[in-house]
Write a protein that binds this ligand. Structure first.
Ligand code: CP
Ligand code: NVA
Length: 307
């Protein structure tokens, strides 16, 4: 596979192999530092939206592996505006060895990958967030030793993060339940794919309205912002319908006693998650954010064929 655009493009074996490589690279890093596997390689990072985690973790992943990264801000490239995506892709392929792009429209990262002769990673689109999903899966894997047979409950908006989480869970054998307000669910196409992956691994996909129903027996509770980047004009309307979907201590108490609580961040404390939960004993929010670094090292090393 040349690119990493969606988790659904990869087999369960390839995903598990990436997780095992991430574990190995993480261990190596904490044992004194990574080998300079990516010496002489440069990652171009194209951003149409803001970022903390994606930008810094990709940059540091390249540095730890002996490579370098270039940050191209929303104001700089004008992907599809200043010049066509096909032209950007062909120009940049002559300068760097690998590209990561965070875009509004998923079709734009697909187009970039189509024309680029170097690997392209999706650093979040309106459809999914596969690099986040790999860090999430790594976090769950480290905690439970396997995703197989776990129950993952996503509470909130059926957004980009929910889609890739569903794919990685069902591919690796975890059942996925989502509770969202009416009109804010996953797309039928995404659900169909998730159900197909679940059928292959003996897992399930459950779509429910009631967050209490979703978290009963859950090993993982996951939430994300009610309003994603690009939906700002809907924020007031969303703020009215989402409050019953807040992940608070009462909701967490209904899950398995060893449940972990996850959030891709940035968190809107007091909205989708309370301080009590975000900073409480079940929270893995910061190890999860730090795992972006290790999961992405594995992706970079595999796509560049050095590990
Ligand atoms: N979770 C995540 O992708 O965070 P950033 O938007 O800060 O990159
Ligand atoms: N769903 C959020 C994730 C941010 C990392 C967004 O797209 O804004």
């Amino acid at each position: 596979m040349k690119d990493f655009i969606a988790v659904s493009d990869y087999s369960a074996e390839e995903l598990q192999d990436l997780l095992d490589l991430a574990v190995r690279l993480k261990k190596e890093y904490f044992a004194g530092g990574n080998q300079p596997l990516l010496q002489g390689k440069v990652l171009a990072m194209i951003f149409q939206k803001p970022s903390l985690r994606t930008r810094v973790s990709f940059d540091m992943a390249m540095r730890h592996l002996g490579g370098d990264a270039l940050y191209l801000s929303p104001a700089e490239i004008g992907l599809g505006k200043r010049e066509s995506i096909a032209d950007v892709a062909r120009v940049i392929s002559g300068y760097v060895q690998i590209v990561m792009a965070r875009v509004f429209d998923h079709a734009h990262v697909v187009e970039l990958a189509k024309w680029a002769t170097v690997p392209v990673l999706n650093g979040l689109s309106d459809y999914n967030h596969p690099c986040q999903a790999m860090a999430d899966a790594l976090t769950i894997y480290e905690k439970f030793g396997s995703l197989k047979g776990l129950n993952v409950a996503y509470v909130g908006d059926g957004n980009n993060v929910a889609v890739s989480l569903m794919y990685v869970c069902t591919k690796l054998g975890a059942s996925f339940a989502i509770a969202n307000p009416e009109g804010y669910g996953l797309s039928p196409d995404a659900v169909e794919l998730g159900e197909k992956f679940a059928a292959e691994t003996g897992a399930s996909v459950r779509l429910v309205r009631d967050p209490h129903d979703a978290v009963r027996g859950a090993n993982v509770i996951y939430t994300d912002t009610w309003t994603s980047m690009g939906q700002e004009e809907e924020a007031a309307r969303r703020a009215k319908v989402f409050p019953p979907y807040q992940v608070n201590a009462a909701l967490v108490a209904e899950a398995d006693k060893d449940v972990i609580v996850m959030h891709c961040l940035p968190a809107h404390r007091g909205e989708e998650i309370t301080d009590e939960v975000a900073d409480g004993p079940h929270s893995v929010l910061f190890p999860q954010a730090h795992n972006r670094l290790h999961a992405q090292k594995a992706l970079l090393a595999r796509l560049l064929g050095v590990a």
